[in-house]
Design a protein around this ligand. Structure first.
Ligand code: IMP
Length: 193
């Protein structure tokens, strides 16, 4: 069967598809003819995930799920958090975002941070959410070229490599999105999807 994942981020699509049961083929926004920027105007990660999933249902008629992710840094009072994508400006540039975060943490010995993903599933006229958290720390420079976003500057607890230096399988095993997707998959089984 097919299920819409409300994203056009190919990295996310790859990560999540690899965790789906074999009989579920994910469709991206492009696949359903949605080429617009879906509004993300809420003040929380959870709010944005719900907003995206419900927007797709209302405008395009598909049951779907959407995810929203933020990087919460302890020494910056949880920033960039819900503003992670636009931390260094509207252009949503991953390198600029990382540079800004490294600059704001310069000289700070508290490097503790966590990734938080919320997935909102809109199915049968109901929206449910699933949260995944991965605790870790921010490095002082970038390492690795795998993954996307803030991966080159985030090391999960107990790891000496950043998310950009480990395989997709390993990231999925210990990562925030992997955790949220496993909750989602359990729920899909409950719904006999
Ligand atoms: P969004 O969930 O696509 O809105 O992502 C918010 C911000 O977090 C963007 O800057 C993404 O690049 C970044 N981001 C989302 N997921 C990850 C991840 O798994 N690793 C690193 N950065 C991520």
């Amino acid at each position: 069967m097919q299920l819409v994942f409300a994203t056009n981020n190919q990295n996310k699509l790859k990560e999540v598809q690899s965790l789906m049961p074999k009989h579920i083929k994910l469709l991206s926004l492009k696949d359903i003819g949605c080429f617009e920027d879906i509004p993300e105007t809420q003040l929380t990660i959870e709010g944005n995930a719900i907003q995206k999933a419900e927007y797709v249902k209302q405008q395009y008629g598909y049951d779907c799920f959407a995810d929203d992710t933020g990087l919460e840094v302890e020494a910056l009072n949880g920033e960039p958090g819900v503003y992670s994508a636009r931390y260094a400006g509207k252009q949503r540039d991953a390198n600029a975002n990382m540079n800004m975060l490294l600059a704001n943490l310069k000289g700070n010995t508290n490097r503790k941070a966590q990734f938080k993903t919320v997935i909102a599933l809109h199915l049968n006229n109901k929206t449910e959410t699933f949260t995944g958290i991965c605790k870790g720390e921010i490095t002082t420079v970038k390492y690795g070229d795998k993954g996307f976003g803030y991966d080159p500057i985030f090391k999960a607890e107990g790891y000496i490599k950043t998310f950009a230096e480990i395989s997709l399988e390993e990231k999925n095993k210990i990562g925030h999105r992997g955790m949220a997707v496993r909750f989602l998959v359990n729920k899909l089984f409950e719904h006999n999807v």
